[in-house]
Design a protein around this ligand. Structure first.
Ligand code: NAD
Length: 263
């Protein structure tokens, strides 16, 4: 199946590594021109270089801190200028720190809201004028299975991410008549540097092996393993592509069956 991504112009936020980088790579391999952003200039440039060498298509690194409104606006405008327009926006950001309600300081709530929720609002706000000029515009937000099923010790994610899917649904309702498709992916446990670091921290704290920590994490996942970033990215690329032309307002789990709800 041809996804129809060749020549599409895509901006993937928070993409120097992890789910964002995997999505940028998949889009690029499918022939899209991609801009990626993150804060670390060197790491971002390395990622862009690696993807570009593999795909043979240009990948543009644009430094921006997604907790800063002005930097988001400037970065989106730079991406659209560099790419000659914008067909695809993938909103993403670093995850909020772990913790329970009791262990989470009050000021962490505002920071998590800025990075996890308001970054998506600001990215969409800045990108909309460009997406409106596209023939096949698509927005994809990256959230988490925590919007359907809270995850222990991640109170900030459990509480703030539902706002991202609320935004996604509202945008689908408002932008659908203009032909702008809006969807979200709810990833389950996926092998990224962030997840590996969290596992290593728990191994040190609990005196456990990698296998023991993994067994605890995948106990309630029917596929009994975590995902590779590419497994997430293939779904992301499809949802952003013209091949998904009637998929709209969907919250798509990529979670190995971990969400237990029937709907
Ligand atoms: P990651 O930490 O591996 O990568 C995060 C990316 O965001 C990096 O490129 C980092 O440079 C960038 N970033 C972080 N803060 C930023 C900022 N202020 N400005 C600009 N860029 C910034 O994380 P990941 O595992 O790829 O996860 C991506 C998102 O998906 C996170 O919000 C995470 O919580 C969520 N998520 C991940 C999983 C998983 O298992 N990996 C599961 C569910 C949800």
């Amino acid at each position: 199946m041809d996804l129809g991504l060749s020549g599409k112009r895509a901006l993937v936020a928070a993409a120097s590594r992890g789910l964002g980088a995997a999505t940028a790579r998949c889009l690029s391999l499918e022939g899209a021109q991609v801009a990626i952003c993150a804060r670390d200039k060197k790491r971002l440039a390395e990622t862009a270089d690696v993807i570009s060498k593999e795909s043979g298509n240009p990948v543009y690194p644009l430094v921006a801190d997604l907790s800063r409104s002005a930097q988001i606006t400037a970065m989106v405008v730079a991406a659209a200028e560099t790419l000659g327009g914008l067909d695809i926006l993938v909103t993403n950001a670093g995850g909020p720190p772990p913790g329970t309600f009791e262990s989470t300081p009050l000021d962490a709530w505002a920071a998590a809201t800025e990075l996890t929720f308001l970054s998506a609002v600001r990215l969409v706000h800045a990108a909309l004028p460009f997406l409106r000029q596209s023939e096949s515009p698509a927005i994809l937000t990256i959230s988490s299975l925590s919007v359907k099923q809270p995850i222990a010790n991640l109170v900030l994610s459990n509480a703030v991410r539902p706002a991202v899917v609320g935004l996604t649904k509202a945008l689908a309702e408002e932008l659908g008549p203009e032909g702008i498709r809006v969807n979200s992916i709810l990833p389950g446990l996926t092998r990224t540097e962030r997840v590996e670091a969290l596992i290593e921290a728990d191994m040190a704290r609990n005196g456990t092996t990698y296998e023991e920590e993994m067994a605890v994490r995948v106990r309630n996942t029917p596929l009994r393993r975590m995902a590779e970033p590419e497994e997430f990215a293939r779904v992301a690329a499809f949802l952003c592509s013209p091949a998904a032309s009637y998929v709209h307002g969907a919250m798509v789990p990529v979670d190995g069956g971990a969400i237990k709800a029937t709907l």
